[in-house]
Structure formats: C-alpha cells, structure tokens
Write a protein that binds this ligand. Structure first.
Ligand code: NDP
Length: 608
C-alpha cells in the first residue's frame, strides 16, 4: 500500500487542529507498510543464534520422565505469581520449566546496560510485603529485579523440581487419563494434571527484515541477549571494550532509551538509527526514602497497585498515590480530564466536542514533550528530528533522564530514516538514503514479536481433545473464557495477553489472573474434580464480548503511527494487542472476575 499524503508544511504558531491532523497523517503514511508484522524476521534457522543464552553455561542432564500435579511453562513474573498463589492455596507439587537458565523471564533475558523498570518498582516488583522487601529506588534496575525474582522463588520453594535450560516442544491431552503429556528439547516426557502456559507478552526477540541483513560481517546481537564479552562492562554500564569501535544501534523504543546513554559513553562513535522518534518525557527517578518506607501500613502494595491501575485506566481516584509521568499523563488525557471540562462547561458536551477537547489536550501534552526535546538537545536539526508527531497514547509512554542529553555528545550521531527504516545492510555497515554508515557492531534494539500467533510465540503447539490443535482453533485469534481457558483444552490455563484485562502495570494483570486461577483450581481440588474446562457457550460469549469491547480502541489507533501496539498499523489483526485486552479496561475486568468468583457457581466452567 502506498499512501500518498501531503506534507502540511511548517508548524503554525498556534494550535490548528487541521494542520495537526494532516501532520499526523503524513507521518503515519511514511511508516505504514502492507507487510505489517511480517516485516520482521523470526529468530529461527540462520537467525536462531540471536536467541541463544549468553548468560548461563549449558549444563547436561538426563531426561526426566515423571508426573507432577501442576506444570508451569515459563518462569517470568506471571508464572512466579501464579506459582506463589497456588502454593498459598496448598498446591505442593508444582514444577516450573523454562528455556532460560533461571527465573525472571524478561528480567533474565534483558540485561542490557541501564535496563530499568518503567513502572514504579513499589508496584512493579511483586510480593514486596510477603518478602518484607522495599526496592532501593523508585525505578529499580534490572539486577535488583532479577534478584527479587530469585528471592521469590527461594521463599516459596519454587526451585524444587524446576527444569531450566529446557524448551517445551509440545503438549498433548489424553482424555482417558485426563492428563497432559509435555515434551521438551531435553527429551523429557512429563505428565501433568494441570498446565499453565505463560510465554510472556514480549519475550521473543524480532529482527527487522532489512535487505542484506545476512551480509553484515561485523558483530551483532539483540538487546535482550547483550554480549558483554564484546562490549565489556556490565548492566551498570562502563562498556570498556568499545572505545575504539564504531557502533550502530537500530531502534529508538523503550529499550534503546535506556541503553543509548551507556553506548554513547562507551563507544568511540555511536550512530543511533531512528525510524520513529520516541515521545521521551522526564523520569524523575530517586532513591527510596527510608522514612516513607517505614511509614507503609499492611496492605499498602495492593492499594498502591490498584490506585495506579485506576489512575492510568482513566477510572479516576480520590488520591494519586504513585503520582508519576504515567498517572499525570493519564489524568490529562483520559476520562478525568473530560469530566473536569464537562463540569467547567456546565455539563454540556457532545461526543464531537469531547473528541475535539481531547485532541487539543493531546497536542498540548505532545508540545511539552517537543519543547523539552528542543530545550535539551543543543543541535537544532537533531532536536527537530527527535520530535515525535503522533498522539501521545499511540505508543507506550516513555521516560528517561539522560537519553536526549546523549545527543549532545560529539561522538553520537542521530541518523533519522524519515520513517522508512534502514535501506539495507552491507558487509561493513548500514545504508540510509545515499549514505553508507560503516560500523564495527550493530545492536538490534528492535523489540519483540507481538501480533503473531500465540503458538508461534510460545514455540510449540498444543494438541487438545480430539486432536484439536491450538494453532488451528486460534487461527483467527485467541478463543478463551475470561482469557484463561479454552474449550477442548481442559486443565490448561493461558497466562498470556489472551483476551484479558491489560493494565499498564503488567504485574497487576498477572496478580489478578493468579488470584483467579488459584480460586478455580482450589474449587477443582476441593470438589474432587479431575477435569476443569471452559464451556463452549461461555467461550463463545466471551469471544463476542471481546470483539464488541475492543472496537473503540481500534478506532483510536486508526490514525496512530504504527507500532507493536497496533500490529504495525494492522489494527484488525486478530492476534494484535488491540484484540487481546478487554475493552472495558482492566479495572472493569478485574471487578468482573471478582463478581464471578463471588457467586461461587463457576458459571461457564465445568469441573468433573
Ligand atoms: P519496540 O518494539 O518498542 O521498539 C523497536 C524499535 O525498533 C522501534 O524504535 C522501531 O521503530 C525500531 N525498528 C524496527 N524495525 C526497524 C527498521 N526496519 N529500521 C529502523 N528501525 C526499526 O521494542 P523495545 O524493546 O524498545 O520495547 C518493547 C517493549 O518492551 C516496551 O514498549 C515496553 O513495553 C517493554 N520494555 C519495558 C521496559 C521496562 O519496563 N523497563 C524497558 C524496555 C522495554 P518504530 O518506532 O518506527 O517502529
């Protein structure tokens, strides 16, 4: 698809909605591609080394052939929370399996310099009260989060029976024994009553399908497999081996924002290849105030987590406990702002007026971001290229306090590709337009697979009752009841972004799902069941609810610049995140689950 949209020319002095709409459309058109998520390369075959584990030496072991009550595939935060809630509900026989060498999921893999949570650590690091731990700073760095994951696994005895460096290759349901058989790349054959599948929402690295990607002869790696043997240093930076090297980094998303300052400091020369600028705002990180930590009362973490989700979902709250960029922007650009304006106008606003009001508020918010860029970046041309032109909520919000400053270094150069991406790679470097940028190393900060099928991202297929394959059943997108279960796949629970309530704080989504799962499995055990399955009708109804409630979100993204959030502009991709999140929002979804549990009738779920 070649969409020709005219450049609206220079920015007028004051807000002109027509000009802004034309500018958004112009920038979007540059980025829009017919191949959408297919523009990326899977890290398989000749690219599989991009997913190799650089952190843990491979350890041989004998295959395992045994039976467990609960098998959990994945050892990230979602799995750990589910395992903990099951342990607390009295489930003892739990086994965690993961490809990685330890627990942590995304925090096991993402060890790039500067990796830091982008949600406040007091609500992002789970189980703080259970562990009696307070993070050292407001936005914890990767090593502290990884250490916390390990502490959770130790405290709840989750290492017992676990299998790391083990990739599941398939699982098959046996209707006679009412058990799953799970096979792995270590020749294990594990039988399980219950399987939780938790591949993580953003876990499979992806590469851009740039012509010549195989021709580059320098050093390359993906940010989620950082090669410190090449760069020197560690997660705190100090990349001591790059002083005589020219390095290129592809991508300017959340990951790049965090590692570019370290590459800028360490590399002899750094090129930052940009396709779409990030709307980078101030982070405001700080060490934890011990007096504040000492003042916290029991139940504080759950209260804070719920408050943040209410604030960022536009559900409003009497007090903003987190009070950071996330909550402030949400307050300015969603329902609370409309409510204030509504009152200001004496309770009179048409839908069109609400739309116009939000559009202007969005412009003001983005102007603040653009003005901040201009005030920090000294070279006006670079500053101009770093300015984003899309609605603020089109991309995940981003915050960093030293990314923009890095462009003031003499050894750092922004290479803007004007929305087109790189033209090609050569043996020696990167071509953009007429220029070849020669580099010794290329770092792919190009993100993770989103919007491809669940089974592809999991790395294996699931064969349910009557040999039904999940890849077939979900060929047009996930089909679940409440995001957790799918008919014909009994005793299997999906912990991904599968028709569930998606909070900006992933850990809140994971926590609510873990509680719900623990409730269902406790009922299953207490009622003496051997089978627990979603009913067909309940699933059909939920699929319909999802289709109806996600429509508004898709409309919002219709004029956004493409990103992984909207499957690169393919808003109706059934595997897109836009189809995965309950449209009523996470607060309503969590309440819906709570009400469902409160009835005690397990409507839509059969236990037999
Ligand atoms: P993203 O998908 O957000 O960014 C990928 C980058 O690669 C984009 O800038 C993209 O450009 C660019 N890119 C892709 N293809 C090309 C191409 N052909 N030529 C040039 N550039 C290209 O991945 P990230 O890893 O940055 O972040 C993914 C998500 O992970 C975040 O949004 C966040 O949810 C999570 N994350 C969380 C963190 C935290 O909590 N600390 C930290 C880091 C990540 P374009 O913008 O044009 O698509």
């Amino acid at each position: 698809m070649t969409v020709t949209v005219q450049d609206p020319g220079p920015q007028p002095d004051s807000f002109d909605p027509e000009w802004v709409r034309a500018k958004h459309a112009f920038e979007r058109a540059k980025r829009l591609r017919t191949d959408a998520v297919d523009q990326f390369i899977e890290v398989t075959a000749e690219f599989s080394h991009y997913a190799d584990d650089p952190y843990t030496a491979f350890a041989e072991r004998d295959p395992v052939s045994d039976e467990v009550e609960v098998l959990i595939i994945g050892a990230g935060l979602g799995s750990l929370l589910a395992a903990v809630r099951l342990r607390q509900a009295g489930f003892e026989d739990i086994r965690i399996v993961d490809k990685a060498g330890d627990v942590g999921g995304t925090w096991y893999w993402n060890r790039y310099p500067g990796a830091q949570c982008d949600i406040e650590s007091y609500i992002y690091l789970p189980l703080l009260e259970e562990l009696g731990y307070i993070p050292s700073r407001r936005y914890a760095f990767g090593p502290e989060i990884r250490k916390h994951c390990i502490a959770i696994a130790k405290q709840f005895d989750l290492y017992r029976n676990s299998l790391f460096q083990t990739a599941v290759t398939g699982m098959e349901w046996n209707d006679d024994t009412r058990r799953w058989t799970v096979s792995t790349d270590r020749d294990d054959a594990i039988t399980a009553n219950i399987v939780l599948v938790s591949p993580g929402p953003l876990s499979r690295p992806k590469l851009p399908g740039i012509p010549g990607i195989n021709e580059f002869r320098g050093h390359t790696f993906h940010t989620s497999r950082w090669d410190y043997s090449y760069t020197g240093g560690d997660e705190s930076g100090e990349l001591t081996e790059l002083g005589d090297k020219t390095v290129g980094i592809i991508g300017t998303g959340a990951t790049a924002l965090q590692c570019v300052p370290h590459l800028g400091k360490g590399a002899g020369k750094l090129y930052v290849f940009q396709r779409t600028p990030a709307a980078v705002d101030a982070r405001g990180d700080r060490p934890t105030d011990p007096d504040w930590a000492a003042s916290l009362q029991p139940g504080w973490q759950r209260e804070r987590m719920e408050n943040f989700t209410r604030m960022t979902a536009g559900a409003g709250a009497n007090v903003d406990l987190v009070d950071d960029g996330w909550t402030q922007v949400s307050d300015e650009l969603t329902t609370p702002a409309v409510m204030r304006e509504f009152q200001r106008r004496g309770g009179q606003m048409t839908l069109e007026e609400i739309g116009d009001f939000l559009f202007e508020e969005d412009y003001k918010s983005m102007e603040k971001v653009r003005n901040r860029i201009a005030s920090i970046v000294e070279d006006p041309d670079t500053a101009e290229k770093l300015k984003p032109w899309y609605k603020r909520l089109c991309k995940r919000l981003s915050f960093h306090d030293s990314y923009l400053q890095t462009f003031n270094r003499d050894n750092v150069e922004l290479v803007d590709t004007n929305g087109k991406g790189l033209d090609r790679l050569t043996a020696d470097g990167v071509v953009v337009g007429d220029v070849e940028y020669k580099v010794d190393a290329l770092v792919f900060a190009t993100g993770f697979e989103v919007g491809t099928s669940y089974t592809r991202r999991s790395g294996f297929d699931i064969v349910g009752r009557g040999s039904v394959r999940l890849s077939d059943k979900w060929a047009k997108g996930p089909r679940t009841f409440h995001g957790l279960q799918s008919h014909d796949f009994p005793n299997c629970f999906f912990l991904g972004y599968t028709q569930t309530g998606i909070a900006h704080n992933y850990v809140h989504t994971a926590e609510e799902r873990a509680r719900h799962l623990a409730y269902i499995l406790t009922e299953w055990r207490d009622r003496g069941g051997s089978l627990v399955e979603a009913d067909q009708q309940a699933e059909d109804d939920w699929v319909r609810t999802m289709a109806e409630t996600t429509e508004m979100g898709k409309q919002f993204f219709a004029d956004c610049t493409p990103s992984y959030l909207d499957s690169e502009g393919d808003t109706h991709n059934p595997d897109s995140l836009l189809s995965a999140g309950y449209g009523g929002g996470p607060v309503a979804f969590f309440e819906l689950l709570e009400q469902w549990r409160a009835t005690g009738s397990l409507d839509g779920v059969t236990i037999a």
